[in-house]
Write a protein that binds this ligand. Structure first.
Ligand code: CO8
Length: 377
């Protein structure tokens, strides 16, 4: 067991809300217009008619009621269906750096730390605003942190994998205090013309401070008792968005708007294949540290789908969970990829008393699963 702690967390919630009803209204207007323009091809069976989306389906199938977005302009415009994100000059702060810094301020305050106390910044997200210079280095400079910084991605598990990476750096004495930010600027990566996925993601940023127990002076500190990371290759959650797209033969502008340039998943298969992996992962981890699920007051689970979370919690507990045992934030935030389990931890940890334990667990594309057993000090 390590003597490394999470001494602060922070959350940045974007300014705009899009409800299911708004999103469905835009999608349905788009599909009606598409079907009208393509009526002949639809009648001849050349292309398929686009069916309507529905708020009832979205809430029942996913648990999502709304999502936050950084920029709402353009998303509901059926001629665009993409946020209007102005290009920023090179000397302006990146949008995901801005989101990260807002979350970082809250985490630093909670941990009772100054930016100059930080000597590692990890920017972990499912998508990258640009590969270089790393956004983490930009955040390091903007905040005035020391040491070094880098970007990493493990899709939805980036939050837990980044926490674990920070623990390794601290245990190896390379750094003394790490800031991990998980800015998920998902809204420009969603195909709002795709009925199966137009509702899934929202924007958010989270932040965590990780350091040794000896250096921590925050009032809401959690010791990291154990870590377990796991990956298995699967094409069931995928994107082909890549710098290689523009070098494809006969490239056209339309190619950049094909479904594989966004997010593709076989949701049913993900359920079937990932759920047993997650349950075994957590059971094995608890066993390794001589715990069982009854030692855990709470599960801060990845927030992709309510039915998935209820399945995991029910399987582990052997009964239907109470809300406080596996709190849900995806109704308000939607799927926020790597930030989801960290939002749940941030919002639902203040009632813990010293000695209370919980498990922070993320899962998603890869497949990837990451979990940390935490104890309130
Ligand atoms: N409105 C009405 N009906 C719909 C809609 C809609 N919007 N969409 C689909 N339907 C229909 C389907 O066509 C289907 O109809 P039919 O039975 O006639 O064929 C019916 O509803 C049932 O469809 P599904 O079987 O697809 O429905 P599910 O119950 O499986 O629910 C979900 C769909 C909600 C998508 C569900 O499968 C799910 O949430 N799976 C999530 C699994 C998961 O955890 N994925 C992780 C993804 S996140 C991740 O790893 C990070 C990736 C990087 C993120 C990058 C940021 C963008």
């Amino acid at each position: 067991m390590s003597n490394v702690v999470i001494s602060g967390t922070g959350l940045f919630t974007p300014p705009h809300v899009i409800t299911n009803a708004e999103l469905v209204q835009a999608y349905n207007a788009y599909s009606d217009a598409y079907n009208a323009v393509n009526s002949e091809a639809i009648d001849s069976g050349e292309i398929e008619i686009l069916k309507h989306s529905s708020s009832e389906f979205i809430e029942k199938a996913s648990g999502i009621k709304q999502r936050y977005v950084m920029i709402k302009d353009g998303i509901l415009d059926i001629d665009r269906m993409m946020p209007v994100v102005p290009r920023r000059p090179n000397d302006a702060l990146s949008i995901t750096a801005e989101m990260s810094i807002a979350a970082a301020h809250e985490a630093l305050k909670q941990a009772n730390k100054m930016p100059e106390d930080i000597d590692l910044v990890i920017y972990g997200a499912s998508t990258s605003e640009r590969p270089w210079p790393a956004v983490a280095v930009e955040i390091q400079q903007a905040l005035g942190c020391c040491g070094y910084a880098f970007d990493m991605t493990v899709a939805c598990s980036t939050g837990t994998f980044a926490l674990s990476t920070a623990v390794d750096a601290i245990l190896s004495e390379t750094v003394t205090c790490a800031l991990i930010v998980n800015p998920e600027y998902a809204s420009p990566q969603i195909n709002y013309r795709d009925r199966d996925s137009h509702f899934i993601f929202g924007d958010v940023a989270t932040a965590c401070i990780v350091e040794k127990q000896q250096t921590s002076s925050g009032q809401n500190t959690f010791k990291i008792l154990g870590r377990k990371l796991e990956t298995h290759f699967s094409n069931n959650i995928r994107t082909n968005a890549s710098y290689l797209t523009r070098s494809e033969p006969n490239i056209t502008l339309e190619r950049f708007f094909e479904q594989d340039q966004f997010f593709i998943q076989n949701g049913r298969k993900v359920f079937k294949e990932l759920l047993p992996l997650i349950c075994n992962h957590v059971k094995n981890q608890l066993k390794k540290y001589d715990f069982n699920i009854n030692h855990m007051r709470r599960m801060w689970l990845h927030q992709a789908n309510i039915n998935m979370n209820m399945f995991v919690a029910r399987n582990l507990l052997g009964r239907v969970p109470e809300f406080h045992e596996a709190p849900v934030v995806l109704d308000e935030y939607a799927n926020t990829a790597s930030a989801g389990s960290i939002i749940a931890f941030h919002k639902y940890k203040d009632d813990f008393t010293p000695g209370d334990k919980g498990i922070l667990c993320s899962f998603g594309a890869g497949y990837s699963i990451g979990s940390l057993i935490l104890e309130k000090l």
